[in-house]
Design a binder for this molecule. Sequence first.
Ligand code: NAP
Length: 284
Amino acid sequence: MGSINGSTQIVGLIGWPVSHSFSPLLQNTAFEACEINFAYIPLPVAPGCLAQAVEGLKGLQFAGANVTIPHKVDIIPLLDEIDPAAKKIGAVNTIVVRDGQLYGYNTDAPGFMSSLAQNQVVIEGKKAMMLGAGGAARAVICGLLDGQSEEIFLAARNMEQAKALAVRYAGEGKLTPIELGCEEFERKSAECALIVNCTPLGMQPWLEQMPPLDFAVLARDTVIYDLIYNPTHTMLLIKAAECGFKTIGGMEMLIEQGALAFEKWTSVTAPRDVMYKTMSKICC
Ligand code: NAP
């Protein structure tokens, strides 16, 4: 981080816990590369303290913040205005403080779509499958709906969760809930151009695990995307690459959502090359 002085503008990461986060490194490197007098700090906010913390953003004249687990949903009623896309997703991951008002955005969905574009993956008119139906899946679904995906299969072990998401976004596109691992799941996976792991299977400390995907039935040009970014090479991505599939890891979405947040706070184009280089150094 460059030197902090009396004019430094502060942004931070509201979450619990936050000590493991890559965002301070990502954002501070980007501020430094652009010679912008901003600093990004971790803001551990325990459940129950969120309202106080949010008031503090105004009182302390923060420029903005990121929001992570477990506050992305609960923060919504505490903000002054919510961007329509964030409303649709039902979660805020970026706050901008403007004239003492708090504006909530979600950069996860456009971050996911940017990472697809960077990898020349076109989803328009194609089928996709989500594995898992939790919070991150919502942002991915909204991104794919915006990208005009023909049909999105929501594969979850808990069918009620998948059905609830299908109902939530009914009318926005074709969403089909399906039980993870069943016969129909296998048949439908063969129709998909993109399969996205939105479960924690394969992340620390479940490194040996992966979702129940049969690579033998997939089309050769299916893209396998894992939202997990730690580790960068999950078991799913390793096996998929061994079978010859194109793969994308979660670090790209992490960087892209960060780049979009950076641009909202600073109105400066994010130094994506620097951000990718920084994160590649810590990739495991
Ligand atoms: P979440 O809200 O807890 O949702 C997780 C989903 O996975 C739920 O549907 C859950 O079902 C399912 N699941 C959990 N364990 C499972 C298992 N053993 N078998 C089958 N399904 C299982 O979590 P999230 O916030 O969506 O995060 C999901 C993953 O995405 C995490 O690894 C997170 O790190 C990653 N992520 C990455 C980015 C990025 O920028 N790259 C952004 C956000 C999240 P149940 O409800 O039945 O447990």
